[in-house]
Design a protein around this ligand. Structure first.
Ligand code: THG
Length: 284
């Protein structure tokens, strides 16, 4: 299955098939970032613009945008951020919000075919968001939890993915336009969290064959040396056929892991990209 996301007049991103991993840049997200949070509350988009450009230069294929600061007027700020990013770079956008009204406002200003991040298996999410996705011809990320929360049973996550695909299908949204998020939870809280996610990834690939995504950095919340953990987890997931990673390509450890995985899986003939990275002076 091949998923297409676009920015009008800019880059198209093709996801899936035999293609290498699609990188969704995670940095435009105020979680844990005080300066970005304060700027967003004040209507200042300079760091948003800066992060958009930095991630594009680091090789991101798509940019995730999330402005979820407590107390913010997301319905106003999210579309503003989307406009700033569209002006700054030629990459497609993943619109990341828990607020359907903010997603709708962002869809109204977006030029091209974005990702709606995300739709869950909860009835209210399906009812509100799926018609919106259809109307705007968007792609959606399907989060594999429902009213009962995230399950630790990979088969239950599979069942939620199936439910979302079925409900999307009823509205004429094809399987190629659904990217299933197998759910990453912090391994510092539950030692089985990462293993369960990888098992879910295998199951969903095998049973559904749809494209998949993971929010890699979630795995290391609360732990030291997060980039190292994120990199190893990223490599494990890529080896199992993950199609998209929400991650930070501006972090050198992540960039090197992405390049190494591409090389080792046969996507970098003569190691051209790997060598180029070091030629540019990115030694170590
Ligand atoms: N699935 C989907 N969407 C998602 C997630 C997911 N969106 C949000 C999140 N998870 C992925 N994005 C991030 C962005 C930032 C961080 C983690 C995940 C993060 N930030 C640091 C912190 O909180 O400490 C700040 C680091 C910094 O200062 O640069 O960890 O799973 N579909």
């Amino acid at each position: 299955l091949e998923t297409i996301v676009t920015k009008t007049g800019g880059k198209r991103s093709l996801i899936g098939g035999e293609r290498p991993l699609t990188v969704i840049g995670e940095k435009i997200n105020p979680t844990g970032k005080r300066r970005l949070s304060e700027e967003l509350l004040a209507g200042d988009f300079s760091t948003v613009r800066e992060y958009a450009i930095a991630q594009a230069e680091a090789g991101a294929d798509i940019l995730d945008v999330n402005v979820g600061v407590p107390g913010i007027q997301e319905e106003r700020v999210l579309p503003q951020a989307v406009k700033v990013i569209m002006d700054a770079v030629d990459l497609p956008i993943s619109i990341d919000s828990a607020n359907p009204r903010a997603i709708e406002a962002a869809l109204k200003v977006y030029q091209g075919r974005p990702i709606v991040n995300s739709v869950t298996g909860e009835e209210k999410s399906l009812e509100i968001l799926l018609p919106m996705v259809k109307e705007h011809d968007a792609v959606l990320i399907a989060l594999t939890y429902d009213e009962e929360g995230p399950s630790n049973d990979p088969h239950k996550r599979l069942a939620v993915a199936q439910k979302i695909l079925e409900r999307a299908g009823e509205l004429g949204i094809g399987e190629e336009d659904v990217i299933v998020d197998c759910l990453v939870r912090p391994v510092g809280v539950d030692r089985d969290a990462a293993r369960l996610t990888l098992e879910t990834l295998r199951l969903i690939k095998q049973k559904l064959g749809v494209n998949t995504v993971l929010g890699i950095s979630n795995v290391s919340f609360g732990l030291p040396d997060r980039i190292w953990l994120n990199s190893v987890f990223l490599a494990m997931a890529i080896a199992r056929g993950l199609n998209c990673a929400i991650t930070d390509p501006t972090a050198p450890g992540i960039k090197k892991t992405l390049l190494a995985a591409e090389l080792l899986l046969g996507h970098d003939e003569f190691a051209t990209k790997w060598i180029q990275y070091y030629r540019k002076g990115n030694v170590r």
